[in-house]
Design a protein around this ligand. Structure first.
Ligand SMILES: Cc1cc2nc3c(=O)[nH]c(=O)nc-3n(C[C@H](O)[C@H](O)[C@H](O)COP(=O)(O)OP(=O)(O)OC[C@H]3O[C@@H](n4cnc5c(N)ncnc54)[C@H](O)[C@@H]3O)c2cc1C
Length: 271
């Protein structure tokens, strides 16, 4: 059985944006949260005995009873804060871990791996290059950490965030990104929703997928020049379909995927 001592962290805040989408704030209990590079992730864990939330369905496969259920989550908070880590999490109804995370309350314990990992960071982007951050759903999480840590307002570097979600109410961090856009002339934020027919009040923003925003040239229009491999790096985070489509589109425009030992302008994190 997973032991309670293994649960080394505590829920400090739970912001439910919708019944299926939340920002979870976690603090370490009796140890110091490690430093991390924005864009990295940690592993969260709960025992199989932890209750599942009401919205959940039966899990596909009951997990073994003697091990923590562990999954990777990008840190969405700034690395400038060492007091807590935030996570932007969506519910997978028949999943093993997220129904248990959604059942947590403030004060409940969970496991947080003390070693953040991942190469999906701004570290390899040359300082003179512009950056496009493309996300679906909770794929926005690593970008919120990057922007709240490293955004240099008014610098010559242009940044664009393209965020796709089903509905307007699924666009987490929208207010924060709109505020940053008002304050920072070099940041553009473009959300899009792909189920406008569900909106209770007509939606006047973009509709469709993030890849369609790119193809429609929204970044080029905002920046006044065409993003190209010699002036821009592109980050992709979220569902597989978006990543495959975007890689195809970008490769046709001569962008190359970054991989171990190979320099490239496309950076990918697959959820
Ligand atoms: C590096 C990395 C960072 C990640 N960061 C985040 C993050 O910041 N926020 C976040 O919400 N998730 C993130 N994930 C995904 C996360 O690790 C889990 O896979 C996800 O939360 C589902 O876990 P689960 O145990 O509830 O579902 P599982 O039991 O693992 O999956 C159950 C079923 O649902 C499918 N499934 C898994 N994920 C999804 C999904 N998102 N939508 C629909 N179906 C799915 C699986 O293929 C499987 O068939 C990240 C993954 C990686 C690899």
């Amino acid at each position: 059985m997973a032991k309670i001592q293994e649960l080394n962290a505590v829920v400090a805040q739970k912001v439910e944006l919708t019944p299926r989408l939340m920002i979870l704030r976690v603090v370490a209990d009796g140890w110091q949260l490690p430093h991390f590079t924005p864009g990295q992730y940690v592993v969260l864990g709960l025992p199989p005995s932890a209750p599942r939330c009401e919205m959940s369905e039966l899990e596909l496969q009951p997990p073994p009873s003697d091990k923590l259920i562990r999954r990777a989550y990008s840190i969405s908070s700034s690395s400038l804060s060492s007091e807590y880590m935030d996570f932007y999490i969506s519910l997978v109804s028949n999943g093993a871990l997220t129904p248990r995370i959604f059942a947590l309350d403030v004060g409940d314990r969970l496991w947080l791996s003390p070693h953040p990992v991942g190469m999906f960071t701004l570290a390899d982007v040359p300082p003179e290059k512009n950056i496009v951050l493309v996300a679906t759903g909770t794929g926005l999480a690593p970008y919120m950490s990057m922007l709240s840590t490293d955004l240099d307002c008014g610098s010559p570097r242009q940044l664009a965030v393209l965020h796709g979600a089903f509905h307007s109410w699924d666009l987490g961090y929208r207010a924060e990104l709109e505020t940053l856009q008002h304050l920072c002339s070099n940041l553009t934020y473009t959300p899009t929703i792909d189920r406008p027919e569900d909106e209770p009040v007509a939606w006047h923003g973009h509709t469709g997928w993030v890849q369609q925003l790119w193809q429609a040239g929204v970044v080029a229009k905002a920046w006044g020049f065409q993003p190209a491999p010699d002036n821009t790096d592109v980050f992709l985070c979220g569902v597989q379909g978006m990543i495959e489509d975007m890689v195809g589109i970008l490769v046709a425009e001569n962008f190359k995927e970054q991989s171990h030992g190979q320099v490239g302008e496309i950076h990918i994190e697959r959820y």
